[in-house]
Design a protein around this ligand. Structure first.
Ligand SMILES: N[C@@H]1[C@@H](O)[C@H](O)[C@@H](COP(=O)(O)O)O[C@@H]1O
Length: 239
């Protein structure tokens, strides 16, 4: 595990974007695992900037996102599909059909989970997976106490996650209570993982996840076992 302390959010974003950019330059057919939340916004901004300067070409890249809320369609402004289009895909030359987000409106959810796992497998797996971390240690939407061996599945969101994500909605009642997420096992199968976290409010969970025992109560703690994990964080103190 490589742990890098960034000097600012911009520095963190640039460093993470550098790794993704190198991946795409070395293999233009890369499969990128992407995340939502506020943490990766700077990474997407930096990659768009380099794309505009002709430094990076996404035309042969495929993307797979970690998760999506149930009941929200892709044109709902709160959906993760909408977030990805708005903040990244609409600004680069990735082919829309090569961008994948779980379908939160699928009528057969079990079939949708299987489809998503098969899709990733058929793509040859994820080359680089970008991850944020929730205050309770969730990655994707894998909440505390879930089994580490799960692939894509439907989850009931925990109270702290609903609380944290209420800031993106008009009210707490509008936050969907369920989501479809890549599982811990799917995430751990990525060839390389970049975990980013910014702000002193993430210090405690970063310490637990990276320095504490590996337990399902802290889903991100399993990342300690990944053979190619880079953590880039920006907090006042060292973790
Ligand atoms: N499902 C997403 C996660 O993928 C993300 O890592 C987390 C942290 O978000 P933020 O980066 O805004 O702190 O929020 C959501 O719950």
């Amino acid at each position: 595990m490589l742990i890098i302390k960034a000097s600012s959010y911009e520095d963190l974003s640039r460093k993470a974007a550098n790794i993704i950019s190198a991946q795409v330059i070395l293999n233009k057919k890369s499969v990128l695992g992407l995340a939502t939340g506020s943490s990766p916004l700077g990474v997407y901004k930096q990659l768009i900037d380099w794309y505009n300067k002709n430094d990076i070409d996404f035309s042969s890249v495929t993307t797979v996102n970690l998760d999506e809320y149930l009941t929200l369609s892709g044109d709902n402004v709160q959906s993760y599909r909408y977030f990805m289009n708005q903040n990244f895909f609409d600004h680069i030359n990735v082919k829309k059909e090569n961008t994948h987000v779980p379908n939160g409106l699928a009528t057969n959810l079990e079939a949708e989970c299987i489809r998503y796992d098969e899709l990733i497998e058929n793509l040859g797996g994820i080359d680089v997976q970008l991850l944020g971390i929730g205050h309770n240690g969730h990655i994707g939407f894998n909440e505390p106490d879930e089994a580490f061996e799960k692939m894509t599945h439907v989850v009931d969101l925990g109270e702290t996650t609903i609380e944290a994500n209420t800031r993106f909605f008009e009210s707490r009642d509008e936050v969907p209570r369920q989501a479809i997420t890549m599982g811990i096992k799917s995430i751990m199968q990525a060839k390389k993982i970049i975990l980013i976290a910014s702000g002193n409010d993430k210090l405690d969970i970063l310490r637990k996840a990276l320095k504490g025992p590996i337990v399902p109560q802290v889903p991100a703690s399993i990342l300690q076992l990944h053979p190619n994990l880079t953590v880039i964080y920006c907090c006042d103190e060292e973790i």
